[in-house]
Design a protein around this ligand. Structure first.
Ligand SMILES: Cc1ncc(C[n+]2csc(CCOP(=O)(O)OP(=O)(O)O)c2C)c(N)n1
Length: 262
């Protein structure tokens, strides 16, 4: 099977705006699946609703484009009905952490054998740019016209605390690292959560000076800090920029998991 065979060409062109990171993230995920040699007939992609959640519609395997926030509930059902299936979930920050927040923490607590890729663009992209639970303090959105004032969720910290076996964060700039992180997720029994900081030039970027894709790439490149460096600075009591995007692997463990074929 060649890489292109994973794509459903008759569904193209896709809906994503020019400069959106979602295509890159889909590409990295499919590259990881292909590298694992997964059988397309035994692989299912599941999503909720949102721009990010359109991803499974472009993949040639069986896929479920479900209701907003419920991707993990449907994916849990698929996995428990047939644990021999490989199940990958695409979700957005609103889908996962707002309306779907409850499913997220419980899926991590149950440590279900899923790989969850969250395209975190810090906003509700599909519905026109409302603030989400990951919109940073001070960021502009249609519902935070004077700057967001509520603290944002740290999705990675949430997944680690709730019990996921593998948790990582990268950005859409880090394509090789992202592909490898997804591959690790596919190989790790239990819930694997990969947060990908993604760009939304249309709805987040134009309000927050990240409208050009080159600005976005530069932003991800300069703001990202490897977890090892971050931990070292903290241990030495040295200052860490408040807007640093801490990237890397946060946990890999082998706690008991659900939905794993014995
Ligand atoms: C029950 C329900 N509530 C609200 C909506 C409207 N809605 C569709 S997509 C969306 C937000 C999507 O944001 P996010 O999950 O961050 O994904 P993005 O579009 O940014 O990729 C909302 C609120 C819906 N479809 N269903």
């Amino acid at each position: 099977m060649s890489f292109a065979d994973w794509l459903r060409a008759d569904r193209l062109p896709h809906i994503w705006c020019s400069g959106c990171s979602n295509g890159t993230i889909l590409n990295c995920t499919l590259a990881a699946v292909e590298a694992e040699g997964w059988d397309p007939d035994r692989t299912v992609f599941v999503s909720g609703i949102g721009c990010s959640s359109r991803a499974p519609g472009y993949i040639s395997t069986d896929s479920l484009h479900t209701t907003h926030g419920r991707a993990l509930a449907f994916a849990t059902g698929v996995k428990l009905a047939d644990p021999s299936l490989n199940v990958v979930v695409f979700t957005g920050d609103g889908d996962l952490a707002a309306i779907g927040g409850n499913h997220f923490i419980h899926a991590c607590r149950r440590n279900i054998d899923l790989t969850v890729v969250c395209m975190n663009n810090l906003i509700y992209g599909m519905t026109g740019g409302q603030g989400s639970p990951t919109t940073p303090i001070g960021a502009l959105s249609t519902t935070t016209p004077y700057g967001a004032s509520e603290p944002a969720f740290d999705l990675v910290a949430l997944a680690v605390a709730a019990g996921a076996n593998h948790v990582a964060r990268w950005t859409a700039y880090h394509v090789r690292e992202l592909e490898r992180a997804v591959q690790t997720g596919l190989e790790t029994p239990g819930l694997s959560f990969i947060e990908v900081r993604a760009g939304c030039p249309t709805n987040y970027g134009r309000k927050n000076r990240l409208r050009e894709v080159t600005d976005l790439a530069e932003y991800f490149r300069t703001k990202s800090m490897l977890k090892a460096k971050f931990d070292r600075l903290v241990a030495e009591g040295r200052p860490v920029p408040s807007d640093a995007i801490v990237v890397g692997e946060f946990v890999r463990r082998s706690n008991p998991a659900m939905g794993v074929v014995p």
